[in-house]
Design a binder for this molecule. Structure first.
Ligand code: PLP
Length: 402
């Protein structure tokens, strides 16, 4: 098919690799293969009842019309209170915009700030969408490999070396998708000291997994370590992961007036306000009983502990315990160079992932998608029974390599 009608900036990007991996697993399932799908990046819980009820009530009360572009007063008040409660951050209502998911917040923030060739520093491993969103907005992703030996985190030396006069953004995602690594306040402070020397650099904090923590710790916020950088920091968050609300599509940004104002203008001419009913649900999520968060995190922790132990018992695989989020980023260097029973050489993590899918029907995502190899990502956002079945199958497949 000809691509000539499609703009160059769109031809630069590719579909999300996790969506492609999920599609392939679903296709094999349709063909009758037994598939254990460990790809999915969304909670397997239902949205809590009080949140669904708030949405139903909103519909009954006629909240079915356009809202203010930035979001309803009720939702933005809930966001102001949430930022204060969780992180001690003070924002005014006019420094906040509700968006159709954190994803659209990040994309829109790039599109209002990036001139062609502007650079975005993306620590790797990274969420798959960051580089493509950068490219789609004419920017240049600058990925910095953050090895496991450094806890998959960016060091101040690496940051200093990556910054150029063209650097526009540093992206921070803590806890991270895919590694679960979370920065400490001291680590943030050290990064902030570098940033102070480079006033052209803005900071985007993607806090979407902040509440999914396994060590009982509250996730510190970058701005708690570096309050003086408030004027060049854009806080991005949403309700998708914390409240099992991926389908409701509510994210938000909090940041300096000029950025928020420009976002408001862009969104008012593109998407318009986000769904009025979902906004009511998100306000109920943020304002209401937070019991669901602790309960779901306790379940994720059980799954993490059980799956981590099983994976680390498989010769050739190793995994660092994630601090949060709901993924294991599993090192598979010990399998590279081995051969499958059919004699195929495993040269890279993509080969390992294909082998697991074809031989034992386990679907995971190759580390190449996240910018650091050889690894694969396994999602623990599924039942413990499915995770156990998946681990048993992986162990069987690995045992057959030679
Ligand atoms: N940021 C990260 C790191 C994610 O993993 C995801 C979803 O997978 C998102 C943002 C998107 O969140 P939302 O559903 O709010 O668009």
């Amino acid at each position: 098919m000809s691509t000539s009608r499609i703009a160059e900036r769109v031809r630069r990007i590719k579909p999300s690799p996790s969506t492609s991996a999920a599609d392939r697993a679903n296709e094999l399932r349709r063909q009758g293969k037994s598939i254990v799908n460990l790809v999915v990046g969304e909670p397997d819980f239902d949205t809590p009842a009080h949140i669904r009820q708030a949405a139903a009530l909103a519909m009954d009360k006629g909240a079915t019309r356009y809202t203010l572009m930035a979001g309803t007063v009720e939702l933005r008040q809930a966001i102001v209170a949430k930022l204060e409660r969780d992180s001690g951050l003070h924002y005014a209502m006019n420094e906040i915009i509700a968006t159709s998911g954190a994803k659209s917040a990040i994309y829109s923030a790039f599109s209002i700030t990036l001139e062609p060739g502007d650079e975005v520093i993306i620590p790797a491993p990274y969420w798959v969408s960051y580089p493509d969103m950068t490219l789609a907005c004419d920017g240049q992703p600058v990925t910095v490999a953050c090895p496991e030996a450094n806890g998959f985190k960016l060091t101040p030396t690496q940051l200093e070396a990556a910054i150029t006069p063209r650097t526009r953004w540093l992206l921070i995602n803590s806890p991270s998708n895919p590694t679960g690594a979370a920065y400490t306040l001291a680590e943030y402070r050290a990064l902030a000291d570098v940033l102070l020397r480079h006033p052209q650099v803005l900071v985007m904090t993607d806090d979407i997994y902040e509440h999914i923590r396994f060590d009982g710790q509250r996730t510190p916020h970058f701005l708690q370590a570096a309050p003086e950088l408030r004027d060049r920091t854009l806080v991005v968050n949403g309700v998708s992961k914390t409240y099992a609300m991926t389908g409701w599509r509510i994210g938000y940004v909090a940041g300096p007036r000029d950025l928020v104002q420009a976002l408001d203008t862009l969104l008012s001419q593109s998407t318009g306000n986000c769904c009025s009913i979902s906004q009511a649900a998100a306000a109920a999520a943020l304002n209401g009983d937070q019991g669901f968060v602790g309960e779901s995190v306790a379940i994720y922790k059980q799954r993490r502990d059980a799956t981590l132990a099983r994976i680390n018992a498989i010769p050739g695989l190793s995994c660092r315990a994630p601090d949060g989020a709901f993924y294991l980023y599993i090192g598979c260097a010990g399998l590279i160079g081995k051969r499958t029973p059919e004699g195929k050489l495993l040269e890279q993590d993509g080969d390992v992932v294909m082998y697991l899918l074809d031989s034992v029907g386990v679907a995971v995502v190759a580390g190449t998608a996240y910018g650091l190899s050889p690894y694969f990502r396994l999602s623990i956002a599924t039942s413990i029974e499915i995770l156990e079945e998946g681990c048993q199958r992986i162990a069987r497949a690995v045992a057959e390599l030679h």
